[in-house]
Design a protein around this ligand. Structure first.
Ligand SMILES: [Zn+2]
Ligand SMILES: [Zn+2]
Length: 293
């Protein structure tokens, strides 16, 4: 009964979204995007698209999304939005982080990316323009991937903090107490594999077109670089997403090495009470702010 009800709620919701979509004006970028997509299909093999295409998408987006946070350190006006003001970014840390990132990206992630082509072939995942899902279906599937990744991340990340194993793997990610965007993927190779698995579970379950791989990479990178940015920017549109954890949530985790284990949403930390120290800290800060007014 409950399953039938949820199916009917889901189909009504998708009908409503389809209706809204039909009212929207034609996307002016659709035609150039279609041409570019078809050009790619006509000039490159599926292996090249899945492997080198995915590598390029990941590298370009990673450093592009890190760029605003990187530039903020040179803009005095942005200092007031830095969460841990007493720990500014240093060249030494950023350079060290950059070198480890390149190693992780090309020696750990690239071999994994090479599996993309075989995955799409095995599950007959299409590449063509005609079967590409509409933007709202992509968004819904990315949300599904985020919920799955967040759940995986919460439990495995919490496990990596266990006192018996913390120093062997996860300690590397916690090397910088005040995080900065580039640190998002600064981790021990084993952590890249363990926590990275959460990224692929959603893909395995929900992928219906190769574009979902790149859409989900985009969403995941925006999220993880935002929460590691070290800045809490007012009017950040990501903070409008219900239950979105945000930069203060993860910054607290890096500052204190405890609590706030989830990557994207706040519900697991709420359910297990692992956000209690974060909440107490926020209450304390509010009182301090009131007194100073
Ligand atoms: Zn982190
Ligand atoms: Zn941690």
């Amino acid at each position: 009964m409950a399953t039938n009800e949820s199916i009917s709620i889901f189909s009504s919701a998708s009908l409503a979204v389809e209706y809204v979509d039909s009212l929207l004006p034609e996307n002016p970028l659709q035609e150039p995007f279609k041409n570019a997509w078809n050009y790619m299909l006509n000039n490159y093999t599926k292996f090249q698209i899945a492997t080198w295409g995915s590598l390029i998408v990941h590298e370009v987006l990673y450093f592009l999304f890190c760029l605003p946070g990187f530039l903020f350190q040179f803009i005095p006006y942005m200092k007031k939005y830095k969460i841990q003001k007493d720990k500014p970014e240093t060249w030494e840390n950023q350079w060290k982080c950059f070198k480890v990132l390149l190693f992780n990206h090309f020696c750990i992630q690239l071999p994994l990316i090479c599996g993309t082509y075989y995955f799409t072939e095995y599950f007959s995942i299409p590449y063509d323009w005609e079967t590409m899902p509409r933007w709202y279906m992509l968004l819904a599937r990315c949300f599904g991937c985020a919920v799955i990744e967040d759940t995986w991340h919460y439990f495995l990340h919490r496990l990596l903090h266990h006192k018996r194993i913390y120093k062997y793997i996860h300690k590397i990610h916690h090397e910088f107490q005040a995080p900065f965007g580039m640190e998002a993927e600064y981790a021990h190779p084993l952590e890249t594999i363990i926590l990275g698995t959460g990224f692929f579970i959603g893909i395995m379950l929900l992928c219906d077109h190769v574009i979902l791989l790149w859409a989900w990479v985009t969403v995941r990178l925006i999220e993880t670089i935002d929460v590691h940015s070290g800045y809490d920017i007012p009017l950040n549109p990501l903070n409008l997403i219900p239950f979105y954890a945000g930069s203060r949530h993860h910054d607290f985790h890096h500052m204190n090495f405890i609590g706030n284990y989830a990557s994207t949403f706040t519900w697991w930390d709420r359910i297990f009470g692992t956000d209690s120290q974060f909440n107490a800290y926020n209450e304390k800060m509010k009182k301090v702010e009131k007194k100073s007014e």
